[in-house]
Write a protein that binds this ligand. Structure first.
Ligand code: P6P
Length: 327
């Protein structure tokens, strides 16, 4: 059976034309970033750029290159009001007078880039909001709640290059065909099982976790004879895109909670271009996304680089973790 292209799929979903064009611009940027990643070793791009981003993190050369590609391929879209990038401190305004119907795109151009030099999967994460009214070009104007997203997705640069998107009608996975360059529909209607026996967390931070997280993991590790009554498996890719892709494919739960080591910054992962888009995807696939005490998408932003606790995946397991936070 012929697999649908990204464009055919978006048309079949009667996606708004402006949104469809914007998603295709983003897909083009992801193809180009994928190419740069796969040629990184030849161009000497796998190392550091010698600079820091607004997060105070050392930038990889490919972080900077990926951000430049995204700006070049998406920034020219005539309906785009602003780009908000993990790699750029200020909001990148593309219009002096943004109108109702214009888009704001929040993105992490190369998530997990610390994995580049060890050849593990990395990715690009994006979130799309459509303005309901004209706005001023102020930082607070792009501090829009995750529930307002109209589309979200990521590209994953792994053994194959994948693109996973939602426009609110379920979640669909595409694979880049090296021959004709198209993204072909290979994982339609991705769905997260409600239950799981697999959790993903950076266990080296055990001593920093708050009590509810520590109790949850302790109980999972006590296996079938413990309070959970079943054995758990653990995965941790140190690449959110890779961990979330696994969860969207076979279930599981991902945790990066605020802890005593990152509490001063509000946590590790960023709300606008990591937690919100992944939260929308996971919920659209039947999962849940929580800060531990509330829905991620309900968090009212106070800054476009703010951080948040992230717990997402199989909805019954997320509910169990929220229970631990209530005790
Ligand atoms: P740690 C990558 O830097 C990232 O933002 C996410 O992709 C990933 O889940 C997390 O940080 C990894 O953090 O503390 O394990 O290096």
């Amino acid at each position: 059976m012929t697999q649908m292209t990204l464009r055919q799929h978006l048309m079949a979903q009667a996606t708004d034309t402006d949104l469809m064009i914007l998603i295709e611009d983003i897909a083009t940027a992801c193809r180009m970033i994928s190419d740069e990643v796969r040629h990184g070793a030849f161009a000497g791009n796998l190392g550091g750029a010698g600079t820091q981003n607004v997060q105070g993190e050392a930038q990889k050369a490919l972080d900077v290159i990926s951000d430049q590609i995204f700006q070049a391929q998406v920034g020219g879209n005539p309906r785009l009001a602003a780009l908000v990038s993990e790699e750029v401190d200020e909001v990148n305004w593309r219009k002096e007078a943004p109108q109702a119907g214009d888009f704001v795109v929040y993105y992490d151009p190369l998530d997990g880039s610390s994995n580049l030099d060890v050849n593990l999967s990395v990715g690009t994460i994006f979130s799309i909001v459509r303005l309901g009214q004209a706005i001023e070009t102020t930082d607070s104007a792009v501090q829009i709640k995750g529930t307002e997203q109209i589309a979200a997705g990521y590209a994953i640069y792994g053994p194959s290059t994948g693109l996973v998107i939602t426009t609110g009608q379920g979640v669909d996975g595409f694979t880049h065909h090296p021959g004709n360059g198209a993204f072909l529909l290979t994982q339609p209607a991705m769905s997260i099982p409600a239950e799981t026996q697999e959790f993903a967390i950076n266990a080296s931070r055990y001593d920093l976790w708050d009590a509810p997280v520590r109790r949850y993991v302790d109980d999972c590790l006590r296996g079938a004879d413990g309070p959970r009554g079943k054995k758990f498996n653990m995965r941790w890719c140190a690449s959110m895109v890779a961990d979330v892709h696994r969860i969207l494919t076979r279930g599981g739960v991902f945790l990066y909670p605020k802890d005593s080591g990152n509490a001063g910054q509000g946590g590790k992962l960023r709300l606008m271009y990591e937690a919100n888009p992944m939260g929308m995807l996971v919920e659209a696939a039947g999962g849940a996304s929580s800060t531990g005490t509330g829905r991620i998408l309900d968090v009212a932003p106070t800054g476009h680089h703010q951080r948040v606790s992230v717990i997402l995946g199989s909805k019954d397991e997320v509910a169990v973790i929220e229970e631990y936070h209530l005790k």
